[in-house]
Ligand binder design. Structure first.
Ligand code: HSE
Length: 341
């Protein structure tokens, strides 16, 4: 299967490493032989229809900060976006940084790839939070898959759990701790008495926070994930504009300590029920949803099975790369079904 990678940051590099290390196993278990035929990064692009050498890509990125060779240096964004439509690839894997203002450049890459009838995998929350209903329509219209497992929960299969495992049930609501950075901050405030800024600095040092940490603290990252859950699992055609967002900027030590004395913890929750909102709320320590540090957890209320909870690490390069591979396997299964039909 021919892949074009758009963006070659932490997640794309981790994904490349997994393919390089597990090539035989992936072929044997899933009949999948991924061949990376193009990589676009900030320096330009590199293309080889026969397949790029994965180890070389990783080495070049480490030594030169770009995989682009001299003759392909190109800083013209439009040229790169056009390349995505024209390139002969089955799947485009888009992992450029999240931009919540207008979703760019990720949004244009996704639109071009889908319009070019390529299956798409993305870990980029911005375009989805702003335009998921339109992107889903575009994918359907062009008869291709748009998959984004890694946008919610990192490697933890929160979207698959709700979609596949609970397929026979009816989802009534979802309540989730969806942001590792804020959960870490709130946990350290509670356990170590750290002040907010100190806890944030530690979360940044550990590499969990977004490049602009206000996306975490002010609830936008949680809101993006809540919007994705609402669309994908609850068929709500909503965007970031439809969600009421309150972050944790004004949560102080006293509030955290007060909750603690009542056997509760303050958590930033993304909630999909009759409303759509993000807000800090007290959660009982006895509730399995009450996970600590950078863990994510989502509780689904279902009609028949009652409460179902999934917990796991919500961020990290390798974790998120495993979600990209999961999406790729799902696409491969669809392609195989279409050939058999
Ligand atoms: N900044 C995000 C978090 C990264 O802290 O959860 C994963 O989406």
């Amino acid at each position: 299967m021919r892949l074009a990678l758009v963006g070659f940051g932490v997640v794309a590099q981790a994904f490349t490493k997994i393919i390089a290390e597990r090539r035989q196993e992936i072929l044997k278990r899933h009949g999948l032989n991924p061949r990376i035929v193009a990589v676009i990064d900030q320096g330009g692009y590199t293309v080889n229809p026969k397949g790029l050498v994965l180890e070389r890509l990783l080495q070049d990125k480490a030594s030169k900060s770009t995989v682009t060779e001299e003759q392909f240096k190109n800083h013209d964004l439009q040229a790169k976006i056009s390349l995505v439509k024209e390139i002969e690839a089955d799947v485009v894997v888009e992992t450029t940084p999240t931009n919540l203002k207008d979703g760019q450049p990720g949004l244009s890459y996704l639109e071009k790839a889908l319009a070019g009838k390529k299956h798409v995998i993305t870990t980029n929350k911005g375009p989805l939070a702003l335009s998921l209903p339109a992107l889903m329509e575009l994918a359907e219209y062009n008869g291709v898959e748009l998959r984004f497992s890694g946008t919610v929960g990192g490697g933890t299969p929160i979207l698959e759990f709700g979609k596949r495992c609970l397929v026979s049930d009816k989802l009534l609501s979802a309540t989730g701790i969806l942001n590792g950075t804020t959960n870490f901050i709130l946990t350290r405030m509670e356990k170590d008495g750290m002040i907010f800024d100190e806890a944030l600095a530690k979360a940044q040092k550990l590499g969990y926070a977004e490049a602009d940490p206000s996306l975490d603290i002010d609830g936008f990252d949680t809101a993006c994930k809540t919007v994705i859950i609402a669309n994908w699992l609850f068929n709500r055609r909503v965007t970031l504009r439809d969600i009421k967002i309150t972050g944790i900027r004004n949560v102080d030590l006293k509030q955290v300590k007060d909750a603690n004395t009542k056997g509760r913890a303050v958590k930033l929750l993304g909630i999909v029920d009759s409303a759509l909102k993000v807000e800090p709320k007290e959660v009982s320590r006895d509730d399995p949803l009450c996970v600590e540090d950078t863990l994510n957890a989502v509780k689904f209320q279902t009609e028949y099975a009652g409460e179902e909870i999934i917990i796991g690490r919500g961020a990290g390069g390798m974790e998120t790369a495993s979600a990209v591979l999961r999406d790729l396997i799902a696409i491969r299964e669809r392609m195989a079904e279409e050939i058999m039909a």
